[in-house]
Write a protein of this length. Structure first.
Length: 557
C-alpha cells in the first residue's frame, strides 16, 4: 500500500511554528543511561530538582544513581531483567529509574494509586522479578506477596528515614543498599542495542479490557527526548529567554511525566520543583515564591488551578509556557488561561505507544482553536478509513502515526499487535484509535476516541464536541459526555457535570439541557444531565468516560 504524495512530501512543512523542523538528527547509539551521564557532565552543580525545599544538583543525583545502580548489580539485577518502580514523584523515583536503565534492565512503573491487586497484575504481566516500593504501600504488597514471584523487594522511605518493615531475605531497605555502596563507583559497561533493547514497559490505561504493556526501546524514548529538546531549545532561547524552571506535577509512572519531565531533564538542564501529588495550595505557594516559567499538565489540573479560591488573586504571569496533554484542550480553558496569564496555552497530542509525543502546538505558534498542532520532527501522520486507506485532506477518519518514537509492540500480545500496526510505503504505521482530521495547513484536529463515538438515532455524535459547548456555560466546572444504551435510539446522550461553587443549588439539570438545546444541533444536545460531586479520573487527571459507561451499564442491568 502506498501513502499519498501529500504525506510523503509532508505538506505541513510550510506551516510549522518557529523552532520546529521536519527532521533532526537522533543519536542511534545512545541509551537512557548515557543521557543521565550527559546531564551530570553538562550541568554539574546546577540544581536539577527541588523536592519540598530540598535541592538536588545534577552531580548529586548522578552520584546517588551510580551508588544505587551498583547496589542493584550486587542484588544480581542484570541486562534484560524487569524491575518495577512503585513510588510517587521524588528524587528516589529518578534515582531508581536511571539506575535500572544504567545496568541494562527494563523499567515498568506502577501507579501510586494502585491497590495490591492492580500492582500484582502489572508485575505478573510484565514479568518483573524485582520491586522498588515506598514503605506506605507495604500493606498492599503484603496481601499479594504470595502471588508474586519476586526475587527481591527494595523498600524506600521518601523522607529519608529507615523504613519500619523488617529486613528479611526477600526485603532490603534502600538505606542499607546505599550504605553498602558509599562511593559512586563507575558502572561496568553494558552492551545495549538502543533500537532493540526495551527500556520501559509502559502500561496503557486499559480503555478496553486489561491494561497492555507498550514496549518502548531506548531509541524510542531517546528519539522523543530529542524531538522535545528541539522545542525546548527554541523556547529557552527565543521565548522564555531564560533557563527552564518547571513545576513538576505530572505523575512519573505515566509516560507523559516520565518522558517530558523526568527523562528530558538531563539534556535540557531544566530545574524542576517536584511535588509528589497535585496540590493547588503548594502550587500557589511555589508560583508566589519561585516564579516558575513552565508547567505541563492535563485539562483538569489547569481548571482546578484557575478555579481554586487559593489562586483568586494570584499573579500567574510567570508561567509563560503552560502545556496541556493527555487529553483535548477545551477552547474555554485556553481562553481563560490566556486572559489570566497574558500568554497562549500550548497543546500537544501523544499516547503511551508513541513514547508519548506526536504533535505540538507551542504558545508562540499560529493558533487554531481546537487543534493540537503539527507533527513533531521525524514524524509522519495520516488519516485512514476502516479499510486503512489514506483519506484526502479535510476528511474525518482514524489518525495514524509513523516515527522513531513509535513502540516496538505490546508485550506478549501478538494479536493486538496485528490490529494496531500496518505497513505502507515502507513505514510501520500505528493506529491511534483517535478520530481526527488534517486541514489544508497540516493542523491536526482531534475529534474523539473511535470507541467513544455515540450513535444517536443513526447520527454520529462526538462527546468532545458536546463537552466544548457545555464548557461555555458559566455554571460548568468540569463535564464529560457518554452514550447510554437505549432500545429505540441506539444510544442516548448523557452529560455528567460538576458545578462552579456559586451555582450549586441554584441551577437545575433541566436548565442545562434547555441551554444545550439552544446551542447545538438537535441530535447532539444531551438528553440527560446529572450533577455529580466529582468525575472519575486517572492518576494523571484524565477524565475516565469508560468508568461512567460501566456504571451506567450496571444500573441498566
Amino acid at each position: 500500500m502506498d501513502i499519498p504524495d501529500y504525506i510523503k512530501n509532508r505538506y505541513w512543512k510550510d506551516y510549522l511554528p518557529p523552532g520546529i523542523t521536519l527532521e533532526i538528527d537522533i543519536p542511534e547509539t545512545q541509551s537512557l543511561g548515557d543521557i543521565f551521564e550527559i546531564g551530570a557532565k553538562s550541568f554539574g552543580d546546577k540544581i536539577a530538582m527541588m523536592y519540598y525545599d530540598h535541592p538536588f544538583t545534577f552531580n548529586e543525583l548522578d552520584s546517588l544513581t551510580r551508588r544505587f545502580a551498583n547496589g542493584l548489580l550486587q542484588l544480581g539485577i542484570k541486562k534484560g531483567d524487569v524491575v518495577a518502580i512503585w513510588l510517587p514523584n521524588s528524587p528516589y523515583f529518578s534515582i531508581a529509574y536511571f539506575a535500572i536503565l544504567s545496568v541494562g534492565a527494563t523499567v515498568t512503573a506502577i501507579s501510586p494509586l494502585f491497590v495490591g491487586r492492580e500492582m500484582a497484575y502489572q508485575i505478573q504481566d510484565s514479568g518483573a522479578q524485582y520491586l522498588i516500593m515506598i514503605d506506605r504501600f507495604f500493606r498492599h504488597y503484603k496481601k499479594e506477596k504470595e502471588n508474586l514471584k519476586l526475587k527481591k523487594t527494595i523498600i524506600v522511605n521518601v523522607e529519608g528515614q529507615v523504613p519500619k518493615q523488617e529486613e528479611v531475605e526477600e526485603i532490603i531497605h534502600y538505606n542499607t543498599l546505599m550504605a553498602q555502596n558509599p562511593e559512586p563507583k563507575p558502572l561496568p559497561k553494558v552492551d545495549i542495542n538502543p533500537k532493540k533493547d526495551i527500556a520501559v514497559i509502559q502500561y496503557t490505561g486499559g480503555t478496553t479490557g486489561l491494561p497492555k504493556g507498550a514496549l518502548l526501546s531506548h531509541y524510542n524514548i531517546i528519539s522523543n527526548i530529542y524531538q522535545i529538546k528541539q522545542v525546548s531549545d527554541y523556547m529557552q532561547k527565543e521565548y522564555l529567554k531564560s533557563d527552564l524552571m518547571a513545576i513538576s506535577i505530572l505523575p512519573w509512572y505515566h509516560i507523559y511525566g516520565q518522558t517530558c519531565e523526568l527523562a528530558v531533564s538531563p539534556i535540557t538542564g531544566s530545574m524542576a520543583f517536584v511535588l509528589a501529588v497535585f496540590d493547588v495550595g503548594k502550587i500557589v505557594d511555589l508560583i508566589k515564591k519561585e516564579k516558575p516559567n513552565t508547567m505541563l499538565g492535563v485539562t483538569t489540573m489547569f481548571i482546578n488551578l484557575l478555579n481554586s479560591p487559593l489562586s483568586k488573586d494570584l499573579d500567574l504571569s510567570s508561567l509563560k509556557y503552560a502545556n496541556v496533554g493527555a487529553g483535548a484542550l477545551p477552547v474555554e480553558l485556553a481562553k481563560s488561561w490566556e486572559k489570566r496569564t497574558g500568554f497562549a496555552m500550548g497543546e500537544g497530542y501523544g499516547l503511551s505507544e508513541a513514547s508519548p509525543v506526536v504533535t505540538n502546538a507551542p504558545p508562540w505558534a499560529k493558533k487554531k482553536l481546537g487543534s493540537c498542532g503539527h507533527p513533531i520532527a521525524n514524524t509522519l501522520v495520516g488519516i485512514v478509513n476502516e479499510n486503512l486507506e489514506f483519506l484526502p485532506i479535510g476528511q474525518d477518519g482514524e489518525l495514524v502515526v509513523a516515527g522513531p518514537q513509535v513502540m516496538l509492540g505490546y508485550h506478549n500480545r501478538p494479536e493486538d499487535n496485528k490490529k494496531v500496526f500496518f505497513e505502507a510505503s515502507g513505514y510501520k504505521w500505528l493506529r491511534t484509535g483517535d478520530w481526527a482530521r488534517l486541514d489544508e495547513e497540516g493542523y491536526i484536529f482531534l475529534i474523539d476516541r473511535v470507541k467513544d463515538l455515540i450513535k444517536y438515532k443513526g447520527h454520529s455524535v462526538y462527546p468532545r464536541e458536546v463537552e466544548e459547548v457545555l464548557y461555555e456555560h458559566p455554571a460548568i466546572l468540569e463535564c464529560t459526555v457518554i452514550g447510554v444504551k437505549d432500545p429505540e435510539k441506539g444510544e442516548d446522550i448523557k452529560a455528567f457535570c460538576t458545578l462552579q461553587p456559586e451555582y450549586k443549588g441554584k441551577i437545575t439539570e433541566q436548565e442545562i439541557i434547555n441551554w444545550a438545546k439552544e446551542n447545538m444541533a438537535a441530535y447532539k444536545y444531551p438528553r440527560i444531565v446529572e450533577f455529580v460531586g466529582t468525575l472519575p479520573k486517572s492518576a494523571v487527571g484524565k477524565i475516565l468516560r469508560r468508568v461512567l459507561r460501566d456504571e451506567e451499564a450496571k444500573k441498566a442491568g
